[in-house]
Design a protein around this ligand. Structure first.
Ligand SMILES: C[C@](O)(CO)[C@H](O)COP(=O)(O)OP(=O)(O)OC[C@H]1O[C@@H](n2ccc(N)nc2=O)[C@H](O)[C@@H]1O
Ligand SMILES: Nc1ncnc2c1ncn2[C@@H]1O[C@H](COP(=O)(O)OP(=O)(O)OP(=O)(O)O)[C@@H](O)[C@H]1O
Length: 391
């Protein structure tokens, strides 16, 4: 059994409308755009229990984030959770095959060529900030699902992966699907919106993360939940989400923004200063604290990144764009993700004098961005109703 490497994108909620708390979760009406900031996960079978090592490529904060992620118990890491979930699925299938064939094949493959490994080794190359509101952990889970599906020859469809992904975290389906997508209910009822124009963003990073449950809690304290949410895509939203930046700027909405800004006065100050630049628009990304700034084009994004990176409390600015393809296999036996040279330095780092803001945010050579028209892998259904069923 060979190593498999897969990648998955970060997300930005172009629209995030939030309803009132129901059974521990808030219903949503959200339009996601997959960003060209990709997490890469390399999976190898191993003889012992599953384990994970993460390398972070994020400029100034990398070492700190690396330590925090590597300090997590393997079973708490979303990449491991996702991979183990599929390993269990493979074990279940093998058991069923054994019963059906009375001590039949030892593997999940029809030929019984290889036994299942006891565990999996994950090497994660992280380029999405931790607890930044861009679904970095969910992207790790999405990449791990696609990689382990391939490694174990499970042949699960996109629909099946989306169902499993939704059980792991609310943002995992968006990272699997990529492109521009609508998420209803808990973000688990997904529809792909088709092919949109490219949008250029500056992702403004600050030093400390924000906990998603904590932001939802503040939101509830102020009873900010909408009584009613749209139950299907609003036509005007589709055009704005897929259209040029000049139309998109009129769509951007985040119901969690007020709560995130309230919890973090530093963000509120940065937002005020951004509003005095010539950016088309700015909003908090998901539950924050990252702020997404919409630019006219790539050059404008670089200029904005240069300006904003000088603001107080801004740790770094990353230029990126979307929409891009969802989770996909990159190579069947490529070099370890962590062995790849950092050819993708991107950040406008305040502390770095030799790195002008002229490069795009990450593009792993193995994960080179392509327009989302070439979305590979399992077939994408148009409308998907996923695991979290109504009680
Ligand atoms: C805010 C968003 O990023 C918008 O895309 C997502 O809804 C959050 O996605 P996520 O981080 O993958 O969230 P999960 O890991 O599933 O949930 C973390 C916690 O956030 C809260 N949560 C999450 C999603 C949701 N629709 N309502 C919630 O109240 C719950 O307390 C939950 O226990
Ligand atoms: N592979 C992982 N990468 C990052 N965090 C992880 C991972 N696995 C588990 N976690 C836990 O999940 C928490 C949130 O991580 P993540 O980086 O996905 O936040 P986020 O980007 O704000 O998420 P979202 O936008 O989906 O709300 C972390 O604080 C960490 O404890």
């Amino acid at each position: 059994m060979k190593a498999v490497t897969a990648s998955a994108p970060a997300k930005l909620n172009l629209v995030l409308q939030v309803g009132r708390l129901e059974d521990g979760y808030h219903p949503l009406y959200s339009i996601f755009e997959a960003l060209n900031m990709r997490e890469t996960v390399r999976v190898t079978p191993c003889a012992g229990p599953s384990h994970v090592h993460t390398t972070v490529q994020l400029g100034p904060g990398s070492k700190r984030i690396e330590e925090a992620i590597n300090a997590l118990e393997p079973q708490q890491n979303l990449a491991v959770k996702a991979g183990e979930r599929l390993l269990q699925e493979a074990q279940k299938r093998m058991q069923q095959a054994r019963c059906a064939h009375n001590q039949g094949p030892r593997s999940i493959g029809d030929d019984g060529a290889a036994a299942l490994p006891p565990g999996l080794e994950f090497e994660v190359l992280k380029r999405v900030p931790m607890a930044g509101g861009m679904a970095g952990g969910s992207a790790d889970a999405a990449a791990a699902l696609v990689a382990v599906n391939e490694l174990l020859g499970l042949k699960l469809t996109m629909q099946q992966l989306l169902e499993i992904g939704a059980e792991l975290g609310a943002d995992v389906p968006a990272c699997l699907m990529g492109g521009t997508s609508l998420g209803l209910r808990y973000g688990d009822q997904m529809t792909k919106l088709g092919h949109g124009q490219t949008h250029h963003w500056v992702m403004v990073l600050v030093r400390n993360g924000l906990s998603t449950p904590a932001v939802f809690k503040t939101f509830d304290t102020h009873q900010r939940g909408r009584e009613k949410l749209p139950t299907s895509l609003r036509t005007q939203d589709r055009y704005k989400a897929l259209g040029p930046a000049t139309d998109l700027k009129h769509l951007l909405t985040n119901d969690l923004q007020a709560s995130a800004l309230e919890m973090r006065p530093d963000l509120a100050r940065i937002m005020t200063r951004i509003n005095h630049t010539d950016a088309l628009a700015a909003l908090v990304s998901g539950s924050g604290p990252t702020i997404a700034v919409l630019a006219r084009d790539g050059e404008h994004a670089q200029q904005l990144a240069q300006t904003i990176s000088e603001f107080a409390d801004v740790e770094d600015c990353l230029c990126t764009h979307g929409p891009v393809v969802g989770a996909r296999v990159e190579t069947l036996a490529g070099p370890a993700a962590t062995e790849k040279p950092r050819t993708d330095v991107t950040a406008t780092e305040k502390s770095r004098t030799d790195a002008p803001a002229t490069k795009e945010s990450q593009t792993d050579p193995a994960a080179t961005e392509k327009p989302c028209t070439d979305a590979p892998g399992p077939q994408e259904p148009q409308m998907l109703t996923l695991a979290r069923t109504e009680e």
